[in-house]
Design a protein around this ligand. Structure first.
Ligand code: MV4
Length: 457
């Protein structure tokens, strides 16, 4: 049997670095934090056993600086690197460089990561292996003529998507033949600039979908289990704002279907470690594969709450080559969990509000979890993403999770910067949210209604 790591370097910052340090401590693993010039006083630096400065504030020169991070691992004798989410977490070249440097990358294989990043190839593999995909192109569409042929077959409106985009970036809705020519070239050029690759693929456009994703865990022997679904439909401009598990629209039949498809998707690409299979569910309940996410996700705590499983611990053990400790029948989903992402942003316009936090009091009590690196006197830098806390509530059912969320949002005191707490209070009082009747246009509708109310008053 392989043994766990003696010391892990965490190549990340903020709440996720703190989250990873917590699991390492419980496993008896020493931790190394890395930080940029402006983050000497950051919470992840205070909580880790050791810390190494890896460069200036600009993340290209610090949290994305592969030589600096590998050097930090070497000088501290860390035997593994946890990338968290964002930054280098989905960089197959980084995962490969770790391996050639004799350091374990805590995540899937470089090939898994590469495939996760190649959306049109992933789509083709899923189609071949019987995981339903949205009607569309077979792989990449390389010319406008080819795009028109596919469009004639599936019908407008269609969506052009960048093969190397993802998470909503590099997508275009095309309503008719007349729009297609221009859209094709614009999308190609944008894909090349944004992702360094011009490949596009096509799908029939599905309005009013729900974003439902399934957490999976896979070991090196090829065993795969799923941990139920998360509903991530409450988002704005592809930034998720609220996630929950289970989905209000799911039931045991849909959950079995989603789980089966997610496990099939993971097996199709010989996936190893933890991952997420993203699906679109249309208003008729049809399920379509969208993307394979090869990192730990921001919203993983809602799954931890309903399964009682520490996903970061499992991720570390799986990366060490240990076999899965659970059979599917041993994974029990119980209760309901909701996560509100608290961002340092103006709650009306969602523009960043960095600065010093002059007072910070996180909520607590039954069924409340706060993942954060924020503290009174701490700084929210303008250089990184604006997520400052994840507020997660758990209850026996959705209503109890909601009641606790309302109570926790009321308790939360954050002074000195603006936060999205007031936005979440509005959502938690919205009848469509409360009834579970929402899709990906929810936030625009909520804000649209609100702006109208404000101008007529
Ligand atoms: C779509 C779609 C409609 N039709 N694909 C955005 C994130 C990316 N993973 C997939 N996305 C979409 N793909 C087809 N064929 C609409 C979206 C979409 C969306 C999806 C999930 C959550 C929020 C969204 C917001 C706008 C568009």
């Amino acid at each position: 049997m392989m043994s766990l790591f003696d010391k892990i370097l965490i190549a990340n910052r903020g709440e996720i670095a703190v989250r990873i340090i917590r699991s390492c401590k419980e496993l008896g693993i020493k931790t190394v934090a890395v930080y940029s010039d402006i983050e000497k006083e950051a919470m992840h630096v205070k909580l880790a056993d050791e810390a190494v400065c890896i460069g200036p504030a600009n993340s290209a020169q610090s949290y994305l600086n592969i030589p600096a991070i590998l050097t930090a691992a070497e000088i501290t004798n860390a035997s593994a690197i946890h990338p968290g989410y964002g930054f280098l977490s989905e960089d197959s070249h980084f995962a490969e460089t770790c391996a050639t440097s004799g350091i374990v990358f805590i995540g899937p294989t470089p090939e898994n990561i590469r495939l996760g990043g190649d959306k049109s190839q992933a789509r083709q593999i899923m189609k071949k292996k019987g995981v339903p995909v949205v009607p569309g192109s077979d792989g990449v569409v390389s010319s406008e003529e080819e795009a028109l042929k596919v469009a004639k077959k599936i019908g407008f409106p269609i969506m052009l998507k960048a093969s190397h985009g993802g998470g909503g970036r590099g997508m275009k809705v095309v309503n008719n033949k007349a729009e297609l020519k221009h859209a094709f070239y614009v999308a190609q050029r944008e894909a090349l600039t944004a992702f360094g690759n011009k490949d596009l693929y096509m799908e029939k456009y599905i309005p009013d979908l729900r974003h439902i994703e399934v957490q999976i865990m896979a070991d090196v022997k090829g065993n795969v289990v799923h941990l139920g679904e998360r509903d991530c439909s409450i988002q704005r401009r592809h930034q998720k704002l609220i996630e929950e598990s289970p989905s209000p629209i799911s039931n045991s039949k849909m959950r079995r279907k989603l789980g089966e498809l997610a496990v099939r998707a993971a097996k199709a690409i010989k996936y190893k470690n933890i991952g997420t299979v993203e699906f679109a569910v249309d208003p008729e309940g049809n399920i379509y594969f969208m993307e394979f996410n090869t990192r730990v996700q921001v919203e993983h705590p809602v799954t931890e709450a309903v399964t009682g499983i520490d996903l970061i611990k499992e991720q570390i053990k799986l990366a060490a080559g240990l076999p899965l400790e659970y059979k599917q029948s041993q994974i029990k989903l119980e209760g309901h969990a909701i996560e509100c992402r608290i961002n340092a942003e103006d709650p009306d316009r969602f523009i960043p509000s960095p600065g010093r936090i002059t007072f910070f009091y996180p909520p607590g009590g039954p069924g409340v979890r706060v993942d954060t690196a924020a503290y009174t006197g701490g700084i929210v830098p303008s250089q990184y993403d604006s997520l400052i806390a994840k507020l997660v509530t758990y209850g026996r059912d959705r209503q109890e999770a909601i009641d606790r969320m309302k109570r926790a949002l009321d308790e939360f005191i954050i002074e000195g910067i603006k936060t999205t707490v007031p936005f979440h209070k509005r959502v938690l009082n919205d009848k469509d949210f409360l009834s579970g009747n929402f899709n990906t246009s929810f936030v625009d509708r909520l804000n649209g209604r609100r702006n109208q109310e404000q101008t007529t008053e």
